[in-house]
Write a new protein. Structure first.
Length: 222
């Protein structure tokens, strides 16, 4: 479907809206690259947790230049490396997601990862998902979508996902985490979560993943 023409698809939305799942399926269907930008912020969160970083932008700006975050693709699957270590599985822990959310609000972190995201998108036709792809990272992306759902539905999805991975969590804690992340993401000073003016909004609450993917591809085909 690429037909040799370079293009990018930006998918934004709150935590638990299904962005990563939809983006992966979309990239496979369209046979283009998928860049999970949230994984990059989680890698920073993992580094922050391991090294005891404070949520202080001035201090973090002095430290983040000394870490190496890279993305590699193994049989089409994105792997994230932190200082040479494959942390693709570890960054999916709920506590790391929380650290990633907190540190992603710092301007120094967003600035450090912005270049990596833009260089990847400039090199490949790709799907990028996150909080500010269509508004900040790739404001000129050809296709923009804003994926959302109610907090209850998003919390239930996240809870089921963590349970399936064998993590010990309770639903109310997951819901509080979702609400806290929403507030942080929407009120942060730098690149807050919001729908791009030219993005198409899709409420995935009553839709299957296949239905969402089909809806997006229909828009793209038009």
């Amino acid at each position: 479907m690429d037909n040799g023409k370079h293009y990018n698809i930006a998918i934004d939305g709150p935590s638990g809206a299904g962005k990563s799942t939809i983006a992966k399926m979309l990239s496979e269907k369209l046979e283009i690259l998928y860049l999970d930008t949230g994984a990059l912020y989680r890698a920073v969160g993992l580094k922050a947790m391991r090294d005891g970083w404070e949520e202080n932008d001035e201090k973090v700006s002095e430290l983040i230049g000394g870490i190496d975050i890279s993305v590699r693709y193994d049989m089409g699957t994105q792997r994230v490396y932190l200082d040479g270590e494959d942390v693709s599985e570890e960054i999916r822990r709920n506590i790391i997601s929380d650290y990633g959310s907190r540190f992603s609000a710092l301007p120094s972190v967003r600035s450090a990862l912005l270049d990596l995201q833009r260089k990847t998108a400039a090199k490949y036709s790709s799907v990028l998902d996150g909080r500010d792809i269509g508004t900040s990272v790739l404001p000129n992306a050809k296709y923009k979508f804003y994926l959302t759902a109610s907090a209850d539905i998003r919390a239930r999805r996240r809870y089921n996902e963590l349970i399936a991975k064998g993590q010990s969590v309770d639903y109310e804690t997951v819901r509080r985490d979702i609400e806290d992340r929403d507030k942080r993401d929407m009120t942060r000073a730098v690149s807050p979560l919001k729908k791009a003016v030219d993005a198409i909004e899709i409420d995935s609450g009553d839709m299957s993943t296949d239905e969402v993917v089909n809806k997006i591809t229909e828009y793209i085909s038009k």
